[in-house]
Design a protein around this ligand. Structure first.
Ligand code: HEM
Length: 269
């Protein structure tokens, strides 16, 4: 019986890995970025392994083929960077330049002080924190909100700009969606924030080794993930962050504080 299970697992494993190119650690001359996914794609050979001379189309093709994320959206992000950097092809280390896509208060990277820095290594402390921020076996909307508050605290008194804050939400959303256990709920079904679970071990392996953790059940989404699928996750992290920071729901910020006090007193009566 045990041998039958072992054979079945082996078959499942080889079927799951069918088509995924082998992982190879970056060599001393290979360049990498502050983005764990782009590094993973380069480590598996879906982007040039040396991390050099990459076009927006190559980013989009790789993300669509391996992760099944809307190629047009990825191309727009990449093009935004290429235009700002005034280049048609970039090296992965170019993405470490602050002020375009790279920002402070990252989930996995310490703040970059030197604008020419090529140090894109992940901080094991930050990854550890991200994992420990969840009391369950999953990274969740609530645990990511907690981690975002923590990393923003680490960067204080510096603050993210509105554009950077939005990017940070998208990145947290990307993490949860691409590592989610099972099919990602469609954004059109208005799933609750609790509908997402990215198994901790899977997230930790991905972020630490920058490879697709297939042996832990990772597989690409069967459905192409589009912008609408991000909405419930981003909204969830945003709201949860406000709650955890003791700010209450967003609607409260539109009501003058003296009126809020009155509403609160009335509701206590
Ligand atoms: C499947 C597509 C992608 C996924 C799943 C993904 C995922 C992520 C995640 C989770 C982070 C957060 C890392 C952290 O905070 O430490 C991140 C950061 C980043 N990503 Fe991506 N990414 C994708 C595509 C791209 C593309 C196409 C670009 C640009 C060409 C890009 C550029 C960046 C940069 C520059 C950062 C660093 C931001 C910072 O300073 O923290 N990513 N990405």
């Amino acid at each position: 019986m045990a041998s039958k299970i072992a054979i079945a697992s082996l078959i499942a494993l080889s079927a799951a890995s069918e088509g995924l190119r082998p992982w190879e650690a970056p060599g001393p001359d290979d360049l990498r970025s502050p983005c764990p996914m782009l590094n993973t794609l380069a480590n598996h050979g879906y982007l040039p392994h040396n991390g050099r001379n990459i076009s927006a189309q190559q980013f989009a093709d790789a993300a669509l083929e391996v992760v099944n994320i809307d190629g047009m959206a990825i191309k727009q992000v990449a093009n935004y960077f290429l235009r700002a950097a005034n280049q048609s092809f970039i090296d992965l280390t170019d993405l470490n330049r602050p002020g375009i896509l790279q920002h402070i208060a990252s989930l996995t990277r310490d703040d970059v002080k030197d604008p020419d820095s090529v140090d894109v290594s992940a901080s094991q402390d930050r990854i550890h924190h991200l994992i420990q921020d969840s009391d369950t076996d999953c990274i969740t909307v609530a645990s990511l909100a907690k981690t975002r508050l923590h990393v923003e605290d680490l960067s204080s008194p510096q603050e993210l700009t509105v554009k950077e804050q939005s990017l940070a939400y998208v990145e947290a959303g990307l993490l949860l969606l691409v590592m989610n256990d099972g099919p990602v709920p469609s954004g059109w079904s208005f799933p609750p924030a609790t509908a997402y679970c990215a198994p901790k071990k899977r997230v930790e392996t991905w972020l630490t080794e920058e490879r697709f953790p297939e042996e832990l059940g990772w597989k690409k989404s069967e459905r192409t993930l589009g912008l609408v699928d991000f909405v419930p996750v981003i909204k969830g992290i945003f709201e949860e962050k406000r709650l955890q920071a003791g700010k209450g729901p967003l609607w409260k910020s539109f009501i003058p504080s003296f009126l809020q006090q009155e509403t609160d007193t009335n509701s206590e009566l």
